[in-house]
Design a protein around this ligand. Structure first.
Ligand code: PGA
Length: 258
């Protein structure tokens, strides 16, 4: 797996699951049960109502907390939204941006993904920017075109210097839409091809910073396919949905990272 210049990152996206008490219980079970390697970062993304409680429960452990999305403004008349500043206040150090469910169910555009990415970076959080093609796009042979558009849309006018200036860096997650929640994982070789393409684009726009940007794979990751995916040279970690709701299974996925 991965180059010596990149730590592994295993992130659990809990989506709209669990109450506050259930989230704290799950977070504690992961922190207590998982053997987390010295070169692995572990992050969980609970529902917004549970963020502060989970962050408090995880204090002093190796597991960190992410928001699932945020708005680009710090505050204002945006009913239902949460800002990156508020996520930081709740104890988050990371935030998912542009998850395919946000893009496809809630009409998030590349322009919105860009504004959120910048807002998250400015607040000193690490954005985990999600990109990925639909089944129709894959079958239509336009996968790389879609990835290129979504990557360029997310970074907009950000430069490699910007990415370096913001301490936490930037993480990309390749999540083919057809693999999310379907039980249909991308073949490891297809994931590697998409990741290599994305790293090429990052190098094109950011230069050598590309060697430090972590690219996660997401889409029906399970304990028994994690190791094969992580063995690919450009797969630096995993973004796990359904399987992250089971502490024992998620711990096995964490162990696969070393
Ligand atoms: P899944 O979800 O692991 O349940 O396919 C992945 C994701 O949406 O991040």
């Amino acid at each position: 797996m991965t180059s010596p210049s990149r730590r592994a990152l295993i992130a659990g996206n809990w989506k709209m699951h669990r109450t506050i008490a259930g989230s704290v219980e799950l977070a504690r079970a992961i922190a207590d049960g998982a053997r987390i390697g010295a070169r692995t970062d572990v992050v969980v993304a609970p529902v917004a109502t549970a963020l502060a409680a989970v962050a408090t429960a995880l204090r002093g452990t190796a597991v960190q907390v992410a928001g699932q999305h945020c708005h680009w403004e710090d505050q204002g008349a945006f009913t239902g939204e949460i800002s990156a500043e508020m996520l930081a206040d709740a104890g988050c150090r990371w935030c998912l941006v542009g998850h395919s469910e946000r893009r496809h169910l809630f009409a998030e555009t590349d322009a919105m993904v860009h504004r959120k990415t910048v807002a998250v970076l400015r607040r000193g959080l690490v954005p985990i920017v999600c990109v990925g093609e639909t089944l129709a796009e894959r079958e239509g042979g336009v996968t790389f075109e879609v990835l290129r558009r979504q990557w360029q849309g997310a970074i907009g006018d950000l430069t490699g210097d910007d990415a370096l200036r913001f301490a936490g860096g930037l993480v990309l997650a390749y999540e083919p839409v057809w693999a999310i929640g379907t039980g249909r994982t991308a073949k490891a070789s297809d994931a590697q091809a998409a990741h290599a393409y994305l790293r090429d684009r990052i190098r094109h726009d950011f230069g050598d910073v590309a060697d430090r940007v972590r690219i996660l794979y997401g889409g029906s990751v399970k304990p028994d396919n994690a190791a094969e995916l992580l063995a690919q040279p450009d797969v630096d970690g995993l973004l796990v949905g359904g399987a992250s709701l089971d502490a024992a299974g998620f711990s096995r996925i964490i162990q696969a990272a070393g």
